[in-house]
Write a protein that binds this ligand. Structure first.
Ligand code: ADP
Length: 470
């Protein structure tokens, strides 16, 4: 059973249920038909006998023209005559009616089992059963009560087999219609199950192709529909979209990183070749070593950043979180950074006391350093940098400067890895600082926003969820 396809399993299950329903329906039809038929036969015998009661009359004398004028039957009875009307139904719809004297002598009419039914005692207005050679007969008796006819019985008798023909027709019809319905239902069920499961094949096919990495742009694309399978396909398409985006970003990052590493590497190689080509002066050696050192530092920063990104993506074991006094951390970082005194920029800070955050100290230090170094790097001479740490509904870290500012259409892009605005091309930097700030904020369940005006300055706000103060 395990190895059967879902389509076949559904069909088998469906067929078994259909079979049970059809068998039950057949049983019910038989039972109801039989009951209705028995009731009809019994009603029929009662009705026929009761109708015949009115067709028998007692006459004291017979007029002369009585015999000539009608086709009624006259039987001499006691000191008069019994007139049997020509409407008297001896045999109709399988019901036989006969007139009996109370002594049991048959006076008129037919009874196919007259001899055997003699043993059945007359019983006024009651249906009695008589079993003969496996056939059941219904016997209905009626005592006549009109003047002169007292003591006479009308007996109706009908065989149960009378309705068998109808029942046989019902059985025959059921035996043709019900199996035909069953076959139709099974074929229909198989077809519907196939149709319903068809999209699953599409999903599997797309997943296999994407899984093999052969076609990352591929989507299931089931089209409009709100059933479970369409929703599942939608979820898969979203997931494939995200995977595709992640793969592309990963590829882009690798290619950008190699590109960024290639330049300092080329400079180092050029410096080494220059020094080794011929004997050089002391100054030239020192100059070359400084260049190598600078480029080496740049490469090492780049590699460190790349490692940091990949560690954050992998898991939280690399950067374990603990309860940190964010206020103290901000004060410490700002105190250190204020020593830079680049471009005579004045750094001031206010941190509300004892704001705690559940986070990683290395990463949060990095976030602060990156934002403040950018504010220095892109700040104006004699400008200012304001750092504010506050906690309302959320923790807010604001770093504001009055530097060169960022054009509005660039404000989203600056958070992408390796993205640098044209204005910053001449300054030192890797283009990874803000991407790192964004990832660190997300690593702590937060986000980063920027508002900036070209020539006036920028405000970066990192927002984190609050934790209970200790
Ligand atoms: P970079 O190493 O170039 O500084 P970042 O990722 O830190 O890389 O920043 C990306 C770009 O965003 C920078 O190249 C610069 O153009 C812009 N930027 C970042 N911070 C500021 C700021 N405080 N003022 C103006 N521009 C900024």
């Amino acid at each position: 059973m395990k190895n059967l396809s879902v389509k076949l399993k559904i069909t088998i299950w469906f067929s078994v249920i259909m079979l049970i329903i059809i068998a039950a329906t057949f049983g019910i039809i038989m039972w109801v038909s039989n009951s209705v038929m028995q009731k009809n036969i019994q009603d029929n015998v009662v009705e026929t006998v009761e109708d015949n009661v009115d067709e028998i009359e007692f006459l004291n004398v017979l007029k002369d023209d009585q015999f000539d004028n009608d086709s009624d039957l006259y039987i001499s009875y006691k000191d008069g005559y019994l007139e049997i009307d020509d409407d008297f139904l001896e045999t109709v719809n399988g019901v036989y009616t006969a007139l009996y004297h109370e002594s049991g002598v048959l006076l008129y009419g037919e009874n196919p089992v007259a001899l055997e039914s003699n043993n059945v005692l007359f019983s006024n207005g009651r249906i009695q059963k008589l079993k003969l050679d496996g056939v059941t007969y219904y016997v209905y008796d009626r005592l006549l009560d009109v003047a002169g006819t007292q003591g006479l019985w009308l007996r109706g008798i009908v065989s149960e087999n009378q309705g068998t023909q109808q029942l046989t027709s019902i059985i025959r019809l059921s035996l043709v219609i019900l199996p035909a319905l069953f076959v139709l239902a099974v074929i229909g069920g198989y077809w519907i199950a196939g149709r319903m499961l068809k999209p699953l094949e599409k999903i599997t096919e797309a997943a296999v192709q994407i899984g093999q990495g052969s076609d990352l742009d591929r989507r299931i694309d089931l089209g409009a529909g709100r059933d479970e399978i369409h929703r599942l396909a939608g979820v898969f398409d979203d997931m494939f979209g995200r995977l595709d985006k992640a793969f592309k970003a990963e590829r882009q990052f690798t290619s950008d990183a190699s590109h960024e590493l290639r330049t300092p590497m080329a400079v180092i190689m050029a410096q080494c070749e220059f020094i080794l080509e011929a004997p050089r002066t002391q100054e030239e050696y020192e100059e070359a070593l400084h260049v190598v050192q600078r480029q080496g530092r740049k490469m090492s920063r780049l590699i460190e950043d790349m490692l940091c990104f990949s560690r954050m993506e992998q898991n939280s074991d690399n950067y374990p979180k603990q309860m940190i006094n964010f206020s103290e951390l901000t004060n410490d970082v700002c105190t250190d950074m204020a020593m830079l005194r680049e471009k005579d920029i004045h750094l001031t800070w206010t941190a509300a006391p004892d704001i705690f955050i559940f986070g990683n100290q290395i990463l949060l230090t990095r976030l602060l350093t990156n934002l403040i170094s950018n504010a220095y790097r892109y700040g104006r001479n004699n400008g200012f940098i304001k750092v504010i740490l506050d906690c309302g509904e959320e923790i807010q870290l604001t770093v504001e400067d009055d530097g060169i500012g960022i054009e509005e259409n660039q404000q989203d892009k600056i958070f992408e890895r390796f993205y640098r605005t044209d204005a910053s091309r001449t300054t030192e930097g890797t283009g990874l600082g803000l991407a790192m700030v964004k990832d660190i904020a997300q690593y702590h369940g937060g986000r980063v926003l920027v508002t900036s005006e070209i020539g006036k300055g920028s405000i970066f706000v990192a927002i984190f969820p609050c934790v209970e103060k200790k």
